[in-house]
Design a protein around this ligand. Structure first.
Ligand code: GUN
Length: 309
């Protein structure tokens, strides 16, 4: 039985894009060119290839010019840094995105080293140290796309953040930590959970807004959830094991047919049984994903407009 409202990330994403069209047209008139986004994709990570393809399509559809630079799996931090520096100097590039994760062979610190080389004014993800600091100070101009998209979705769905207890599962630099900052600035009481949290269900079941961003299919089961609460699913794990899909969704689920046809399905962190407890849930796919792309587009336009002034 499902009682929760489904929050429409796809629709919200489309609405955000429509608002960008006139701003892009005005930018073109003022500058004589289209906004430009440089994307750097290093290595062969399957998920990243798909994400970047979706980002490129979304930009092209809106009239944002993309300069996609690809580097091989065995490229070095110096090579990546050199590409970032050339995008920093390029006058036609307003925004720069280095797709995460970088190849593991580059080492644990590579991502932070590379992010910190991006010109803060062009750092569309808000991942460089200056922009992370600005976010902590509540003076951010370019905040990370996924957490910003979640705030947009909550606002558009009229879900109150102020005074709510927001529990975030996952402490990544891309989602968990910036999500906590954004929620805090909106006057939520924030708890961050992670792999060492004891009695996870006890903590999460106190959340008015529960956000899971760990990439653990079906982790959030009904007992994790406070009745009537809002549950946001950031997980997007590509699952190829039929038994795993069947264990989460049941033997009758249409997802098994998709799996048989395509060889894989994308599965969120939130178990489908949660829909009978929560007040509102985001679907996977079609929830947070389209919002992340919409906010990337929005940040690109914001960066372009700011460079013009
Ligand atoms: N990898 C997963 N999510 C993101 C994101 O929002 N930005 C970048 N650059 N890489 C990612």
């Amino acid at each position: 039985m499902s009682s929760a409202k489904t929050l429409d990330g796809k629709g919200a994403g489309e609405a955000i894009r429509e608002l960008l069209r006139p701003r892009i047209a005005a930018f073109r008139v003022a500058s004589g060119r289209s906004p430009g986004l440089g994307i750097l994709l290093a290595g062969n990570d399957g998920g990243s290839q798909i994400y970047v393809r979706n980002k490129v399509h979304a930009c092209e559809e809106l009239g944002i010019v993309v300069d996609l630079r690809r580097l091989s799996e065995d490229s070095t931090v110096e090579q990546v840094t050199s590409v970032v520096n050339s995008l920093n100097r390029d006058e036609s590039i307003d925004a720069i995105l280095v797709q995460s994760p970088l190849p593991a062979g580059m080492g644990a610190e590579a991502e932070k080293e590379v992010f910190n080389v991006i010109d803060p004014g062009k750092d569309v993800d808000g991942f460089c140290a200056v922009n992370v600091g600005r976010l902590a100070q509540n003076r951010s101009t370019l905040a990370p796309a996924t957490p910003s998209g979640i705030i947009e979705l909550l606002d558009r769905s009229k879900i109150q953040i102020q005074g709510a207890h927001a529990v975030i599962i996952g402490r990544s630099d891309i989602v968990g930590k910036p999500m906590a900052m954004l929620m805090l600035h909106r006057h939520a009481t924030v708890t961050i959970c992670h792999s060492r949290t004891q009695d996870l269900a006890m903590v999460t079941s106190r959340a008015d807004i529960l956000i899971s961003a760990v990439g653990h299919p079906g982790l959030v089961i009904p007992k994790f959830v406070k009745p009537g609460s809002t549950v946001i699913d950031v997980g997007t794990t590509r699952v190829t094991d039929r038994r795993q899909v069947s264990a989460i969704f049941g033997e009758e689920s249409p997802r098994l047919e998709v799996l048989d046809r395509r060889g894989a399905v994308v599965v969120g962190d939130v178990h489908p049984g949660v829909a009978s407890v929560a007040g509102a849930v985001t679907p996977v796919p079609g929830g947070v994903g389209p919002l992340t792309i919409a906010m990337l587009l929005s940040n690109t336009v914001k960066a372009a407009e700011t460079r013009l002034t």
